[in-house]
Design a protein. Structure first.
Length: 255
């Protein structure tokens, strides 16, 4: 279908489950991280496809663990006028930094802090854009006023992130915390529940400007779909490529 796979974060930091080397915080602590991609467990994980009575296959564990890992630090996007002094200059100079460095983690507290950083800072690489016009929009007050989007209590914008890379500073969107951090109507933040738990189906969250399709269309990707760059086709074709069921007999969508 002319899709091109995008590099994406394939390593998920899981909260460790057992203490191996003692309980003292100064003692080297080794986490027990379960195997994420298990071929035997995946054999019956997916329901057979309607009309085919066959289950989709998966890539091998060897292929999975050889996938490129994108693990760069990201930084918050501030509402215009709320940025700390010299913040934008710092982003231009800091360069790409690793999200975490496991070889330097020694204690349980350090591993937990690293897991929290992955949860809060990891972005969706397929949504990164270097488009100067789009970056300028995101740094302008008019852009947010257009969508009636407001800053969080600390002046940052929900979902949006800056990612310094070798190519420059990219605009992106958070990954894990984009769906699993709830900003309540009274301003409190709750980690874990769905972000839309207090949102009406007919009204966007007040901070969710990044749910608008501007970053998707810039990179020819679809939110919620696998990280593939779509071809030069209408959005309707993208949707069918991402969500269609071509194996269904007499599917109206195939007409």
């Amino acid at each position: 279908m002319g899709l091109k796979a995008a590099p994406f974060l394939t390593a998920l930091i899981l909260l460790p489950s057992s203490l191996v080397c003692g309980s003292d915080e100064t003692t080297t602590w080794k986490p027990d991280i379960p195997k994420v991609w298990d071929e035997a467990a995946l054999q019956r994980w997916v329901t057979p496809l309607a009309g085919l009575n066959a289950r989709p296959s998966h890539i091998s564990a060897l292929e999975y663990y050889q996938l490129p890992v994108d693990e760069l630090r990201s930084y918050p996007v501030y509402y215009p006028g709320r940025e700390p002094a010299e913040y934008w200059t710092m982003l231009q100079r800091v360069g790409p930094k690793l999200l975490i460095e496991p070889q330097k983690l020694k204690t349980k507290a350090e591993w937990i802090a690293a897991g929290r950083r992955v949860f809060e800072e990891s972005d969706a690489p397929q949504l990164r854009t270097y488009d100067p016009a789009l970056i300028a929009k995101v740094r302008s007050r008019e852009f947010y006023e257009q969508y009636n989007a407001h800053a969080l209590r600390d002046g940052t914008m929900d979902l949006l992130r800056w990612v310094p890379t070798k190519k420059g500073v990219a605009l992106s969107v958070v990954n894990c915390s984009g769906c699993h951090v709830l900003h309540r109507s009274d301003g409190t933040v709750v980690t874990g529940p769905p972000r839309v738990a207090e949102t009406s189906r007919t009204r966007d969250p007040p901070h969710a400007v990044a749910r608008r399709p501007f970053s998707n269309s810039a990179n020819r990707v679809l939110s919620g779909s696998p990280p593939f760059f779509m071809g030069a086709a209408p959005v309707s074709t993208w949707l069918y490529q991402a969500y269609g069921a071509p194996w269904v007999k007499d599917d109206p969508a195939n007409g």
